[in-house]
Design a protein around this ligand. Structure first.
Ligand code: GDP
Ligand code: GDP
Length: 439
């Protein structure tokens, strides 16, 4: 089950992140950052009095012109109210009510959600005079706290938990498993939302819909064949009614954020249009970021005859040579043809992305390279690779010890990677090499 979500909203500098970090410091409340922390929001899991819930901190709104600032405040508050089960609205007790506070308060009042007004920075618990003016914001429940010193936060959390416990949606209260994070990326109209909807819609065991507090962050948790998956950043699922993704740039930024959090990225390509520069850029970003990658040739149902299909495959292979490890799967998100195969590809890529190859096997392979592989030299020195071991996962990192690591160039590294891929199953995942000196 999905844990209840508490949104922390308020103007910049009122102490939202201090408040959230305060919980992280306390022994009673355990807060840890979940994956997917980006500049403008961070998700945390929190535990208070044995009760689990999620917190989203919507801090870090950038100050733009007055207008854009106002609208981002409004948007933040609006989304938070829409998606959260409870809203903690923080104001700064040392500066009194600001116009933006009033604006937010009005929005929150209109929404049909419990709101706790929290007057922060009241560092002296005996002096609550600053508190009273905030009652005029018209929110019935007002708490005085000092995030810095911790006064009042316990009472506040008691109230948070009390209210969350009374929610109808809460049943088991167990922290959810994110499982394998999947990003669905690609240019507008490639079929991302169709694919996401099909992947989600087919599952009868939808666990939860987690909604972020900005319009471009909507994660979906599903379980397929006993494995948990999170489809990250699936704004596309709702896009038709809510979001206009006409700006190509915005789509690209969104894709980058989603990739940032993904274990496996699905690059969706409109097979009737071939491959765009943006597709290449996104693929390169996935490579740099190091997540696993699967290329989805979508709209396969309308590509044409066998020759046309062959041509598309050849084109993709050529233009995505730099991510040649990514399996290419042709399907139709519309008809659902070949769609079920995607799960096996995701699992396989994930397995390779997280997997480890035993050192003895690697060194048997290296032995072969030493005897039959290319040699590389400079003057009288010859590169000698002595030993190899895997030193990282997600993606796999291999460290090679050599007499002259400086002799290794890109070509040689590519050569090693290709040879390694011939020997070991690394389909779907990028790999990294490190070279260290050892005489
Ligand atoms: P955010 O932008 O809303 O996340 O605000 P921050 O958490 O970054 O806090 C802004 C500033 O207020 C920081 O300098 C904090 O140290 C300070 N601050 C936060 N909470 C308190 C508090 O309870 N008392 C005092 N005196 N300062 C605080
Ligand atoms: P997004 O912008 O990447 O999310 O793309 P959509 O999922 O909204 O799809 C764009 C259009 O392509 C819609 O009209 C879909 O019905 C259509 N479409 C998506 N997948 C397929 C497919 O596999 N075959 C065909 N023929 N049309 C598709």
């Amino acid at each position: 089950m999905s844990l209840p979500l508490v949104a922390v909203v308020g103007r910049p500098n009122v102490g939202k992140s201090t408040f959230v970090n305060r919980l992280a410091d306390s022994n009673d409340a355990i807060v840890h950052e979940m994956r997917g922390v980006t500049r403008d929001r961070s998700y945390h899991q929190a535990l208070w009095n044995g009760f689990h819930f999620r917190l989203v901190d919507t801090g870090g709104i950038e100050m733009g012109s007055d207008d854009s600032f106002q609208s981002s405040i409004r948007e933040q508050a609006f989304c938070a109210t829409e998606q959260a089960d409870l809203v903690i609205f923080i104001v700064d007790g040392t500066v009194g009510i600001q116009q933006d506070d009033q604006e937010v308060a009005r929005l929150l009042q209109r929404a049909n959600k419990p709101v706790l007004l929290v007057v922060n920075k009241l560092d002296n618990p005996s002096d609550e005079s600053a508190l009273w003016e905030f009652y005029s914001l018209g929110l019935p429940e007002v708490f005085a706290i000092s995030s810095l010193h911790g006064h009042g936060t316990g009472d506040l959390l008691d109230e948070v938990v009390k209210q969350l416990k009374s929610l109808p949606c809460d049943t088991t209260n167990t922290p959810e498993e994110e499982g394998i994070n999947i990003a669905i990326i690609g240019r507008p109209n490639a079929g991302k939302s169709s694919l996401a909807n099909k992947l989600v819609g087919k599952e009868r065991s939808i666990v939860a819909n987690i909604a972020g507090t900005t319009r471009d962050a909507i994660d979906t948790h599903i379980v397929h064949d006993g494995t948990a998956y999170t489809i990250v950043d699936t704004a596309g699922l709702r896009r038709k009614s809510q979001i206009d993704e006409s700006v190509e740039y915005y789509g690209f930024v969104r894709a980058m954020r989603a990739i940032d959090r993904a274990d496996v990225a699905l690059l969706v390509i409109d097979s009737t249009l071939g491959l765009t520069d943006q597709d290449q850029r996104v693929a390169r970003f996935a490579l740099d970021r190091g997540c696993a990658l699967i290329v989805v040739l979508n709209k396969w149902d309308i590509v044409g005859d066998a020759q046309a299909k062959e041509d598309v495959r050849t084109l993709i292979k050529d233009r995505l040579m730099f991510v040649g490890y990514a399996p290419v799967i042709a399907l139709s998100a519309l008809t659902g043809k070949n769609l079920q195969n995607i799960w096996a590809h995701i699992n396989h890529a994930y397995q390779n992305y997280t997997g480890s190859i035993p050192t003895n096997k690697l060194n048997v392979w290296l032995e072969d390279i030493r005897h039959f592989g290319h040699t590389i030299s400079s003057g009288k020195s010859i590169l000698r690779l002595k030993y190899i071991t895997q030193t990282g996962t997600c993606p796999p990192v291999f460290t090679l010890f050599a007499n002259r690591p400086d002799l290794v160039d890109d070509n040689y590294e590519r050569y090693l990677e290709n040879r390694m891929r011939e020997q070991f199953d690394l389909e779907g995942t990028p790999v990294r090499f490190k070279f260290k000196k050892k005489d």
